[in-house]
Design a protein around this ligand. Structure first.
Ligand code: ATP
Ligand code: MG
Length: 171
């Protein structure tokens, strides 16, 4: 089934309003016509986990940028935060079940460590890949790379005034 990428983000951001603090700024840049093929429930869990993580792991606020970029080769959904960042040596382990970088950060950032394991699993089922880039103390970017076959952009045709040549006119 085809879904609008912006619909996922809309419902995730509605659901996460409660955990945003007033220092966070959400910047959403998703073309309305961008569409993605797959299971709504599963893809929702991917985008929700990434967005919730970006909020949870940037306790001091900052910009969170949610983007969709597509080309003839792929469609890329990304979430960039300016939060805690991740030590490079832990990056390969983030998608392991129950892996958490710092288990003692307090209840506000509590979790089970399953979010990214689910993300990886769902993306695998959608022929997609997760890329993680991070700069400790600066922030992180999580991006999902979908193959072009699962993405679509419906361009709204330009409205052109259309006048037919009257049939009684001789050329
Ligand atoms: P939950 O199961 O509730 O999602 P979780 O958030 O701890 O729990 P994951 O989403 O799998 O689990 O993330 C695993 C770990 O990766 C986190 O505990 C955190 O240490 C680190 N992490 C994930 N996203 C970010 C991020 N945006 N910035 C910094 N660290 C992150
Ligand atoms: Mg999580």
């Amino acid at each position: 089934q085809w879904h609008r990428v912006s619909d996922f983000v809309q419902s995730v951001t509605n659901a996460t309003e409660a955990i945003l603090n007033d220092k966070h700024t959400l910047i959403v840049n998703i073309p309305v016509e961008a569409r993605l093929y797959g299971s709504y429930k599963e893809l929702y869990s991917v985008f929700s986990n990434l967005i919730v993580n970006a909020i949870k792991y940037s306790p001091d606020g900052g910009d969170i940028t949610i983007k969709w970029e597509s080309s003839e080769f792929n469609g890329v959904f990304s979430v960039k935060d300016s939060g805690l960042g991740i030590d490079p040596r832990y990056i390969p382990r983030l998608t392991e079940r129950f892996f958490r970088v710092d288990k003692g950060r307090g209840s506000k950032t509590g979790g089970t460590g399953l979010g990214l394991a689910i993300v990886k699993h769902v993306l695998l089922h959608h022929d997609a890949k997760l890329q993680i880039r991070s700069e400790p103390g600066q922030g992180s970017t999580f991006s999902c790379h979908f193959p072009a076959s699962r993405t679509r952009t419906d361009n709204i045709p330009a409205i052109t005034s259309h006048s037919e040549t009257p049939s009684n006119v001789q050329e």
